[in-house]
Write a protein that binds this ligand. Structure first.
Ligand SMILES: Nc1ncnc2c1ncn2[C@@H]1O[C@H](COP(=O)(O)OP(=O)(O)O)[C@@H](O)[C@H]1O
Ligand SMILES: [Mg+2]
Length: 372
């Protein structure tokens, strides 16, 4: 099969690494000539992901087109779909997910549990919803990795809010942040991965480490997976979907947001599961059997983020000890330049339990520095 990927980052790169095992031919499109996918694609097209003509022309040469980032030309994907090219996730899913307001409305209309919210057009309009405070204000479009969210705890915080169309989401008093990766093929077959527990770095607003199996009760595990499976069927999506969830202190599972693609919270599946998230994404868009998503071993994952205070050609310091340790799997994304908090790679660590994997992952994290 010839598979086209819009976007050339690390998610695309790991998708390609797996797809090569099956003999597929891959074409990637990204504006960065040194994008992580550029050196390992059969063909690389250097163009803006929102360049309708470029995305359309690439798609016309493919059997299937997919994405590895949501910010792409939806009009191009719609034209391709109308002309019979398989495009997964479907362009209408990208349209919905791009806008957090539309996402939230969808959950509400379909009776899917999510925190109460209101939509506003401007900062000034927050004053009409004082009863909802404290809230997290989320820009409806364009936010990622914590960059489009800001807390509005009291009226005094309103001046520091975003003056843009946004979602005011009631503050969730969560015990844990969880993620479920779920996939569906054209036949309607659905599968999900064991729940992942995420821990955030407050300063960088990125996942610090994650671990699977999550340290939650079996009923919560079952509820989270059932919710993700219901969601993908209700939105009638084909492909892999990452569902970010909150487990509240009083034991409820709420949907935070979704991403219709492989996700940072599924990297451990490469070593820890019978099929990885990248394999399952490929299987789902080709309408193949989805495979066995169960864990072969507990695992933890850490992101390798660019160290604060360093920008320039990247150096990975302290890898020697990590690669000498049993059950430690580094992944370097092939980005030439580092900058503070840029995602430069990740390390998966397997162990006999979540705790053991996590302890080992913490030691690995302390030993590695991504500097320039
Ligand atoms: N309603 C909320 N209450 C408390 N914390 C929240 C809420 N919404 C988001 N957060 C925190 O902010 C993080 C980023 O928000 P999210 O909506 O996932 O945006 P992003 O697109 O940046 O990932 C979440 O992972 C969570 O830690
Ligand atoms: Mg998020």
């Amino acid at each position: 099969m010839r598979i086209g990927i819009v976007g050339g980052g690390q998610l695309g790169r790991m998708f390609i690494q797996n797809a090569l095992n099956y003999g597929h031919e891959i074409v990637t499109l990204d504006p960065d000539p040194e994008a992580p996918c550029s050196l390992i694609s059969h063909e690389f097209i250097c163009a803006d992901r929102n360049d309708e003509e470029a995305v359309y022309q690439m798609g016309k040469t493919c059997d299937v087109v997919t994405i590895e980032i949501e910010n792409v030309s939806v009009p191009a994907l719609k034209r391709l779909e109308a002309e019979g090219v398989k495009v997964f996730p479907q362009p209408r899913i990208l349209e919905m997910v791009k806008d957090k307001g539309v996402q939230k409305r969808f959950y509400e209309e379909h009776g899917l549990p999510t925190a109460p919210f209101a939509l506003v057009e401007s900062k000034e309009q927050i004053r009409q919803h004082l009863d909802l405070l404290p809230v997290m204000q989320k820009m409806r479009v364009g936010g990622y990795d914590g960059k489009g969210v800001t807390p509005i705890k009291t009226e005094a915080d309103i001046p520091s809010g975003f003056d843009a169309p946004s979602v005011l989401e009631q503050w969730v008093d969560y015990a844990l942040e969880l993620a479920v990766l779920v996939a569906r093929n054209e036949n309607g077959e659905v599968t999900s991965f064991p729940v992942v527990e995420q821990v955030f770095n407050a300063e960088a607003n990125l996942v610090d480490y994650l671990v699977s199996p999550a340290r939650i009760k079996p009923e919560v595990e079952a509820e989270a997976r059932a919710l993700a499976e219901k969601l993908i069927a209700e939105i009638d999506m084909v492909g892999l979907l990452a569902v970010e969830l909150f487990l509240t202190r009083d034991g409820r599972v709420l949907i935070n947001e979704i991403a219709p693609r492989p996700h940072n919270s599924g990297h451990h599946t490469i070593e820890a599961c019978y099929v990885s998230q990248f394999d399952v994404h490929m299987r789902s868009i080709l309408n193949w059997p989805l495979g066995d998503t169960s864990l072969r071993t507990p695992a933890a994952m850490i992101n390798l983020l660019g160290e604060k205070g360093f920008s320039g050609p990247v150096v990975y310091q302290g890898m020697d000890e990590a690669i000498a340790t049993s059950g430690v799997y580094p992944h370097v994304y092939g980005k030439a330049l580092t900058k503070p908090f840029r995602k430069m790679g990740h390390v998966t660590v397997v162990g006999s339990s979540s705790e053991e994997a996590l302890e080992k992952a913490k030691r690995v994290k302390e030993g590695i520095k991504v500097i320039a």
